[in-house]
Design a protein around this ligand. Structure first.
Ligand code: SAM
Ligand code: SF4
Length: 330
């Protein structure tokens, strides 16, 4: 059986699939002016049958986990159909999503019923006004209500991502607020270091701060560093016996971040990206058009693995093809 392995011995059982660039939020670091339609661009996002072929090929190549992301993945009308296809037709064992939580209170039950295996929800602040200022939307209450519903339905795997922003959500008071939340809720809260992209240099320069500030807080409050678990991903996790949830840090600028990379990305228009950053990526869409192209597609993907670099070189300011994360899926 062919598998996905690069020149550094890393294997790739995990795909992040962006299913749309469209987003209904306006996060300052990502799409500060909201999603802009490019009228000159008539290439549409991957269609259902293309997604089905793609997932089947990756399943044959040993991929067992796929994350649907975007843009905002839930804006697609066929979002639930896509989940069904990944699980039932392609046999992907773990289907997870990353969402901004828009209308989560209305969608929570459908999400649980769809059989997804995990949800990452982006909430940059538990302060309603700060949340509104960052995202352009006063929707924190509906998201928190959605989380409550997920919990009432016994949905287990809930993670919250917050981008660490200097002077906005990176004070001890902000960390304490999250602490109170995860004391009572079995939810993992992970702070992600703000990353520089092609579009956000000014924002990055103004608000980027090292996650050391949060690490120091965790050490001061006696949180215990948990060594890597099987599905730990890029997050450094911290536990505390008095809390139901965990804290985590995602520090892409740290020295060893890429060492454990286990994921590849597919953009919403069918480009294979070997890294979130950098210039390595080719379109595979032309081989998603017919069922009899599957072997050719498989060979093309496997052949690309030798081009995966050891690191993203983000610390050198190399953002490559990534204008903002809505196009590649964060
Ligand atoms: N719209 C969905 C959401 O916000 O969760 C999914 C796509 S979004 C691009 C995925 C994640 O990337 C979010 O948690 C978001 O906060 C994060 N993100 C976006 N731009 C980022 C940046 N420049 N640096 C760090 N994280 C970023
Ligand atoms: Fe939309 Fe997610 Fe980007 Fe925010 S981070 S603008 S929610 S795609």
């Amino acid at each position: 059986m062919q598998t996905l392995k690069d020149s550094f011995g890393r294997t790739f059982p995990y795909i992040r699939l962006s299913i749309t660039d469209v987003c209904n939020f306006k996060c300052g670091y990502c799409l500060p002016n909201g999603y802009q339609v490019d009228k000159s661009d008539n290439r549409k996002f991957l269609r259902l049958e293309e997604i089905k072929r793609l997932a089947k090929v990756f399943s044959k190549l040993g991929v067992s986990k796929m994350r649907l992301t975007g843009g905002e993945p839930t804006v697609r009308k066929d979002f639930f159909e896509i989940i069904k296809i990944l699980k039932n037709d392609a046999g992907i064992k773990r289907v997870v999503i990353t969402t901004n939580g828009y209308h989560l209170n209305e969608k929570a039950k459908m999400l649980v019923d769809s059989g997804i295996n995990g949800i990452n929800i982006s909430i940059d602040s538990l302060e309603r006004n700060i949340f509104k200022n960052i995202t352009g939307h006063d929707r924190l209450p509906e998201i928190l209500q959605g989380i409550k519903i997920l919990q009432q339905l016994n949905f287990e795997n809930i993670k919250i991502n917050a981008v660490l922003l200097n002077g906005i959500n990176a004070s001890e008071k902000d960390f304490d607020l999250w602490g109170e939340f995860i004391k009572e809720n079995k939810v993992d809260l992970r702070y992600i270091e703000l990353m520089q992209t092609g579009d956000n240099l000014n924002y990055f320069n103004k608000y980027h701060i090292s996650s050391k500030i949060f690490k120091d807080y965790l050490n001061k409050k006696k949180w215990i560093y948990q060594t890597f678990g099987k599905d730990a991903g890029p997050s450094l996790n911290y536990i505390n016996p008095d809390y139901k949830g965990k804290f985590g840090i995602i520090a892409p600028y740290s020295k060893d971040f890429c060492r454990t990379c286990n994921r590849l990305r597919i953009t919403s228009r069918g480009d294979l990206r070997l890294c979130l950053f950098g210039n390595t990526g080719i379109s595979i869409r032309h081989l998603l058009q017919r069922d009899d192209q599957i072997e050719e597609l498989q060979d093309l993907i496997v052949g690309q693995m030798k081009f995966k670099k050891v690191s993203h070189y983000l610390e050198l300011g190399e953002t490559g093809l990534t204008k903002n994360l809505s196009t590649t899926g964060g």
